[in-house]
Design a binder for this molecule. Structure first.
Ligand SMILES: *Cc1c(COP(=O)(O)O)cnc(C)c1O
Length: 309
């Protein structure tokens, strides 16, 4: 199966969208069997740095359904380092499927109080774990930072090498690290970013500055900024909210595109927003490549009646 597929846009009463727009998808979700999507790319340079420091443990933080924690545990399953996962909130007796997978991959779990967790790598429990395991390398929440973005710049170069010409690429954002890495690569023509969180308008400048920070050439900020489109109106009520209108949209989308799978938190909101902009004639690009960032395991955080398949 090709990693680049075209999307059928003619559903939910739209019959001419396929004539006006070409929308393709890069199936990042099919790249890696155990750690699909962007998280593995964000981790690659961190794993190298951990190796250079002879770390025996790699620690990170996230929520009980975190794609990042899931990918970290999966990436370490066949390596010498052990994953130490600091989970937001108390550990429940019935672990989430995400954390069950992580434990099966050899990870050790630590609970945290939300107030402490909020401090990220400055949390007391992080200091405590670091004392118990001196040979630990910490990855920031979500695998962010310069090293995370650099892995995504490499990813963009790979995608550019196998894809044709597009007027723009489109991607979801949480921390914006993946978007910054991709934007820093000249392989990406123009990047349309859709935030999965509410109230993120200020993230645009953060993406630009991180992209400029790692860009290979002495790219001026203007050039990077000109290539970025940022959408803070695609969250559909907020992070991980799955309103009925999105479930209905996904049902129709999957009927029209039976081979494509989307995750509930990020990629499905990109398509919801893109499709509506296209339907309203408000999308500026004739030929778009959407980068699928994975996250299918996140469906396990929703009830079956909310699931469109
Ligand atoms: C984490 C994640 C993102 C967001 O990546 P950032 O680098 O934090 O912006 C997008 N899509 C999926 C499926 C993810 O798991």
């Amino acid at each position: 199966m090709s990693l680049i597929q075209s999307i059928n846009l003619n559903f939910l009463g739209a019959s001419k969208l396929n004539q006006t727009y070409q929308l393709d998808i890069y199936r990042g979700d099919l790249e890696h069997a155990k750690a699909p999507g962007n998280k593995w790319h964000k981790l690659r340079h961190h794993l190298k740095a951990a190796e250079q420091q002879n770390a025996k443990y790699i620690g990170s933080l996230g929520g009980p359904y975190s794609n990042h924690l899931h990918a970290l545990a999966a990436s370490l399953a066949d390596r010498d380092e052990q994953a130490i996962l600091l989970v937001r909130g108390e550990l429940q007796a019935g672990l989430t499927p995400t954390l069950q997978d992580a434990v099966a991959d050899g990870a050790e779990l630590w609970p945290s109080q939300r107030s402490d967790f909020r401090l990220g790598l400055e949390a007391d429990v992080v200091k405590h774990i670091s004392q118990l395991y001196p040979a630990i390398y910490w990855v920031p929440e979500g695998g962010g930072g310069v090293l995370g973005a650099e892995g995504c710049a490499d990813w963009a170069n790979t995608i550019g090498a196998i894809s044709g010409q597009y007027s723009a690429w489109a991607i979801a954002a949480g921390t914006g690290t993946t978007a910054a890495g991709i934007l820093s690569s000249e392989a990406c023509p123009k990047l349309e970013v859709f935030s999965a969180l509410k109230g993120m308008a200020q993230q645009r400048v953060e993406i630009i500055s991180l992209a400029a920070n790692i860009a290979k050439q002495e790219d001026d900020l203007q050039h990077i900024s000109d290539r970025l489109g940022f959408h803070d109106d695609a969250h559909l009520g907020g992070y991980a909210k799955l309103p009925l209108e999105l479930t209905m949209f996904l049902k129709a989308f999957f009927e029209a595109n039976p081979y494509v799978e989307l995750d509930p938190v990020y990629t499905s909101k990109v398509f919801f927003s893109l499709w509506h902009k296209m339907k309203n004639g408000a999308w500026p690009h004739a030929k778009t490549l959407m980068i699928h960032t994975g996250g299918m395991q996140g469906w396990r955080g929703y009830a079956s009646h909310q699931t469109p398949f």
